[in-house]
Design a protein around this ligand. Structure first.
Ligand code: ATP
Ligand code: MG
Length: 223
């Protein structure tokens, strides 16, 4: 069984004359433990596809089986629960709470778990340290640089320790050495912990860490 199975996925935004067909029928299987790059031109549908895989958005048409469970028609609450359990997301725009500290942002998704406040804090600090940003843990996100914010977003995703990690341009705001560091961390999680990693990127160097490249253009897979 594939961990992710998409069958005939379509996504329309808006309606009538202003309707955009962002995805026009995507069939895609991803196996547990794969590391996949999603590539293609701007506006081609990469983020839309990743958002559907990440249960942040639902398709207009088609079926999505996540670990064998049909999730394309679930209501918002059930979908949020599944997302919190199974998926970690590193967003293109970070989606951090800017008025909160770095560590509070990392802890936020862990608040749904039945673990002590102390354990949550330890886990958050551990990942902030891996991202080499531990010393800034108490600083408000709005007072961090773009690259530092991105590393907080990545620490937040990893601290959830879910089996699927999704990332939209995770190295976009980082210099080369930080970008390499992040890719090494993701590759290790993939290799050592058999995590499934899916990365949207424009960067061939980022894609070279992946075992498969999926190209998407004008809402269809470019095979
Ligand atoms: N909320 C929305 N409402 C209307 N149209 C949208 C919305 N989100 C995306 N689109 C449109 O859907 C298409 C696919 O967008 P998407 O964000 O998936 O592209 P992308 O491949 O991620 O591009 P980029 O590389 O620039 O991030 C684009 O034409 C975009 O304008
Ligand atoms: Mg995008």
């Amino acid at each position: 069984m594939s961990i992710i199975e998409l069958v005939g996925i379509k996504k329309n935004y808006g309606k009538d004359l202003s309707m955009v067909q962002a995805l026009k029928g995507i069939d895609l299987n991803i196996e547990q433990g794969e590391m996949v790059a999603i590539m293609g031109p701007s506006g081609g549908g990469k983020s839309t596809l990743l958002n559907i895989i990440g249960c942040i958005d639902t398709p207009t048409e088609g079926r999505y089986l996540l670990e064998g469970q049909e999730v394309s028609r679930l209501n918002f609450n059930t979908l949020s629960e599944i997302r919190n359990k199974k998926l970690s997301f590193i967003f293109q725009n970070f989606a951090l709470l800017k008025d909160f500290s770095a560590i509070d942002n990392v802890i936020m998704p862990l608040n749904f778990r039945k673990v002590s406040a102390r354990q949550k804090k330890e886990l958050a600090l551990q990942y902030l340290e891996r991202l080499e940003i531990k010393e800034l843990y108490n600083r408000k996100v709005k007072d961090l640089s773009g690259g530092q914010q991105q590393r907080v977003a990545i620490a937040r995703a990893l601290a959830q320790e879910s089996s699927i990690i999704l990332a939209d341009e995770p190295t976009g705001a980082l210099d080369q050495s930080n970008g390499k560091n992040i890719m090494t961390i993701l590759k290790n999680l993939n290799k050592e912990y058999n995590k499934t990693v899916i990365i949207v990127t424009h960067d061939d160097k980022v894609a070279s860490y992946c075992s498969r490249i999926v190209n998407i253009k004008d809402g269809i897979l470019d095979l």
